[in-house]
Design a protein around this ligand. Structure first.
Ligand SMILES: Cc1cc2nc3c(=O)[nH]c(=O)nc-3n(C[C@H](O)[C@H](O)[C@H](O)COP(=O)(O)OP(=O)(O)OC[C@H]3O[C@@H](n4cnc5c(N)ncnc54)[C@H](O)[C@@H]3O)c2cc1C
Length: 344
C-alpha cells in the first residue's frame, strides 16, 4: 500500500519548523497567467451564436453565463452547459491567479529538491514547495490564488520586490530516490508541479538523467484547465526543445474553447497511460483501462513508457493522485517506485 502524503492541515505545524530567516527579501514576482477576458467574451459569443435554446443567445454577456448554463441544462445540453460554465468561471476569476516569487534569504539554505518551506507574510504562515534547483542562491515558489484564502490572494496581488518574508524549514519527504537506471515520470496538476520542477532541474543539472552512460527518459505530465494555468510552461517547453530525453506533455481540459489546442485534453494520469507501451504491460488489465492504454497520444511524443522500468513521482489534487495509483498498480509499476503527495 502506497502512502499518500497529505498537504492539508499543516499550517499550524509551519510555525514550529526551524527558523531560517525573518528578513528574506523578495527579488521578483512574476505573474504566470494572463488576463484573457476579451478572448473569453469572443469564445462565449461564438459558442452561443447558433444555439437554438430558449433563453440563450449569442449576445449574452460572459457575466450572464449562469443563466445560459441553466438554460442549456434544462434543454438537455449538458455538454454545452459544461463549456459555458468553464468559460464563465474563467471570466469571473480574479487576475492574477498564479505567481512565481523569488526571494533572497541572505543565509545558506541547504534543501533537497522536492522540499517546502514555511513562509510568513503579514503574520500569516503557509507552506510552499520550493520550485527551483538547490544549486541556486535564491529560493523560488509558485503560488496559486485560493479565492477567499487569507494569504495566497495577498501573495498574488500585493507582494512586491523588496518585501520581507519569514522563512522556516526546509522540510518535506517527497524527494528524489537513489540514482537508478530507470526512466522517470513526473505527474502533476497545477502548482503541484513546483516540487517536481525542482527535481527535474536538479537531475538535468547534475547529469542524473543518465545512468552508466545511458540516457533515461524523463517525462512530465502536467494538467490544468487552461494553457496559462501551467506553471513554468516556457521553462518546460524550452527544456523539451533542448533535451531529447525530456518529454513535456501538457494536459489541458478546457483550452480548446479559447484556442486551437490540439494536445492532450485527458486527465494527466490517463495521458500517462496513453504513453505506456501496451506490449510491455503483462498484468492483464480490464477493458476500460486497455482502451486508455491503446489510445493514440496527442502529444506528438514518440517515446513510450515501460511500466517495469520507470520511477513515478506525483503531486497534485487527491483525485488525480488516487486515480494514478490505481492505474500504476494495474499496469504493474512496483509500489516502491511510486512516490506521491496529494492535496485538496
Ligand atoms: C507541504 C505543502 C506545500 C504546499 N505547496 C504549495 C505550492 O507550491 N503552491 C501553492 O499555491 N500552495 C501550496 N500549498 C498550499 C498553501 O500552503 C496554502 O494552503 C494555500 O496557498 C492557501 O492558503 P490561503 O491562506 O490563501 O487559504 P486559507 O485561508 O488557508 O484557506 C481558505 C480556504 O480554502 C481552502 N483551500 C486551501 N488551499 C486550497 C487549494 N489549494 N485549493 C482549494 N481550496 C483550498 C481551505 O481549506 C480553506 O477552506 C502547500 C501546502 C503544503 C502543506
Amino acid at each position: 500500500m502506497i502512502e499518500v502524503r497529505r498537504h492539508a492541515s499543516q499550517h499550524d505545524a509551519i510555525g514550529e519548523l526551524p527558523l531560517l530567516t525573518e528578513s528574506a527579501r523578495v527579488t521578483a514576482v512574476t505573474y504566470q497567467d494572463d488576463d484573457r477576458s476579451e478572448e473569453i467574451a469572443t469564445a462565449m459569443e461564438r459558442l452561443l451564436a447558433d444555439v437554438a435554446i430558449e433563453g440563450v443567445d449569442g449576445a449574452m454577456l460572459p457575466g450572464e453565463w449562469e443563466a445560459a448554463a441553466e438554460a442549456a441544462t434544462a434543454a438537455g445540453r449538458a455538454d454545452l452547459a459544461r463549456q459555458v460554465t468553464a468559460l464563465g468561471r474563467r471570466y469571473d476569476r480574479p487576475y492574477p491567479m498564479l505567481a512565481a516569487v523569488r526571494f533572497d534569504t541572505a543565509v545558506d539554505v541547504d534543501f533537497v529538491a522536492g522540499q517546502y518551506v514555511g513562509l510568513t507574510y503579514e503574520g500569516i504562515p503557509r507552506a510552499y514547495s520550493l520550485s527551483n534547483s538547490p544549486a541556486e542562491d535564491e529560493l523560488e515558489i509558485c503560488v496559486r490564488r485560493v479565492p477567499g484564502g487569507r494569504l495566497s490572494p495577498r501573495i498574488c496581488a500585493d507582494l512586491a520586490v523588496g518585501d520581507e518574508l519569514t522563512i522556516r524549514g526546509p522540510y518535506g519527504e517527497l524527494v528524489l530516490g537513489d540514482h537508478a537506471p530507470r526512466d522517470l515520470a513526473f505527474v502533476a496538476t497545477g502548482t503541484g508541479v513546483a516540487p517536481l520542477k525542482s527535481m527535474i532541474e536538479y537531475l538535468f543539472e547534475t547529469g542524473r538523467d543518465e545512468y552508466d552512460g545511458q540516457r533515461r527518459d524523463v517525462w512530465l505530465f502536467l494538467g490544468a484547465d487552461w494553457t496559462d494555468d501551467l506553471p513554468y510552461r516556457e521553462y518546460f517547453r524550452d527544456l523539451a526543445a533542448t533535451r531529447e530525453n525530456f518529454h513535456f506533455v501538457p494536459c489541458l481540459v478546457f483550452e480548446s474553447l479559447l484556442s486551437e489546442w490540439e494536445g492532450e485534453t485527458d486527465f494527466v494520469q490517463d495521458a500517462l497511460l496513453a504513453h505506456v507501451d501496451p506490449d510491455r504491460v503483462t498484468t492483464g488489465v480490464a477493458a476500460p483501462l486497455e482502451r486508455r492504454l491503446r489510445r493514440e497520444p496527442r502529444s506528438g511524443v514518440d517515446a513510450r513508457i515501460d511500466p517495469g522500468n520507470v520511477d513515478v513521482y506525483a503531486c497534485g489534487i487527491n483525485a488525480m493522485v488516487y486515480s494514478l495509483l490505481a492505474e500504476t498498480d494495474a499496469i504493474g509499476v512496483p509500489d516502491q517506485r511510486v512516490e506521491v503527495e496529494g492535496f485538496g
